[in-house]
Design a protein around this ligand. Structure first.
Ligand SMILES: Cc1cc2nc3c(=O)[nH]c(=O)nc-3n(C[C@H](O)[C@H](O)[C@H](O)COP(=O)(O)OP(=O)(O)OC[C@H]3O[C@@H](n4cnc5c(N)ncnc54)[C@H](O)[C@@H]3O)c2cc1C
Length: 308
């Protein structure tokens, strides 16, 4: 158990948190990043990033975040592997406590806790998470070499995961509850051209089926929402890619959230209603893009530095 004191505490180590840390370090501010359970943020799950400026070749999300991490470390950013579990924004300096029992006292705070996966919410899904149910094709796709798998969703993430999986698996069934995708045109084109992918439009997953010992997925029951026709698919893995929600629950009692759970910041600013508390990245904007998160992190840091 330790007590940390800083002028700026940054909660989260995705593009927003690291960028805020880089700006704070360059300004000579005594700052600290608490990395959270997913060091590097969501992007470490992405196999291909094509839209982050500065790279002429496609770069993996893991490599991009590794570079950003290295840049931050070279600039002397202080990073702690821990997770904030409680915040107190009523007193100043603010106090946060962590999963490891550490306490963090800081004059200002940047919340950069990003977003987390939405699961389907089926009891059978919960049972098999980590045993055939995954949210990350780049992390787990390799384990399904030569097998058949399903991907659930119809946005960029679902299509990206389906395409990535075709590098390993025999067949990908893409289950989407609507009749069109909400994904970038270029991704859709690549998907339609890929013979390993079969799309089940207007279908939902009713149940994930598997064995007890060992705990393993063996298939899914899907249902057409228009015709009510049911079908069983023999798959060894299910990749759930139906979106994300902002990680803002811990801040709900202190800060204003919008209907989607995003932290509301002041117009043209990353400041919240509480002086000294800022929000940056996917916690406060629904665009969910790394470059936007990084830009927000920079602005939040500049605003915090100005106020210190
Ligand atoms: C599969 C996939 C592919 C993507 N591809 C692209 C792409 O090609 N281009 C693009 O621009 N964007 C892409 N994105 C979106 C991009 O990853 C996000 O917009 C971006 O990572 C948001 O950055 P962030 O810093 O706001 O939050 P995140 O990256 O979500 O990082 C949040 C951080 O907060 C930490 N954290 C959470 N709770 C706590 C806590 N209680 N205490 C301490 N730390 C905490 C986490 O550990 C994590 O480090 C993709 C996302 C996914 C999932």
């Amino acid at each position: 158990m330790a007590e940390y004191k800083s002028d700026l505490l940054i909660i989260g180590s995705g593009p927003a948190g690291y960028t805020a840390g880089i700006y704070a370090a360059r300004a000579g501010v005594k700052s600290l990043i608490v990395a959270g359970a997913q060091k590097g943020g969501q992007l470490i799950k992405s196999s291909e990033v094509e839209n982050f400026p500065g790279f002429t070749e496609v770069i993996s999300g893991y490599d991009l975040m590794h570079r950003i991490h290295k840049q931050a470390m070279n600039l002397g950013v202080h990073l702690i592997d821990d997770e904030i579990t409680e915040v107190d924004f009523y007193d100043h300096p603010f106090v946060c406590s962590s999963a490891s029992g550490n306490s963090f006292m800081s004059k200002s705070i940047i919340i950069a806790t990003g977003a987390s996966v939405n699961w389907l919410g089926l009891p059978s899904e919960r049972k098999y998470i980590g045993h055939g149910v995954s949210s990350c094709a780049t992390c787990d796709g390799f384990f399904y070499k030569g097998k058949e798998v399903a991907v659930v969703g119809g946005g960029n993430s679902a299509l990206e995961q389906a395409l990535y999986l075709t590098n390993y698996v025999e067949k990908v069934y893409l289950i989407h509850r609507r009749h069109s995708f909400n994904a970038e045109h270029a991704l859709q084109k690549r998907l339609f051209e890929n013979r390993k992918i079969t799309i089940f439009w207007n279908n939902v997953v009713d149940e994930i089926v598997g064995t007890e010992e060992p705990l393993e997925v063996t298939g899914i029951r899907i249902r057409n929402v228009k015709s009510d026709k049911k079908k069983f698919l023999d798959v060894a893995g299910v990749f759930v890619a139906i979106g994300h929600h902002p990680n803002t629950e811990m801040f709900r009692r202190y800060l204003q959230l919008d209907a989607g759970g995003y932290i509301i910041t002041k117009p043209k600013s990353n400041a919240t209603d509480i002086k000294g508390v800022y929000a940056a990245g996917d916690v406060c904007n629904p665009y969910r893009q790394a470059i936007i998160a990084a830009g927000c992190g920079a602005r939040a840091a500049l605003e915090a530095i100005r106020e210190l």
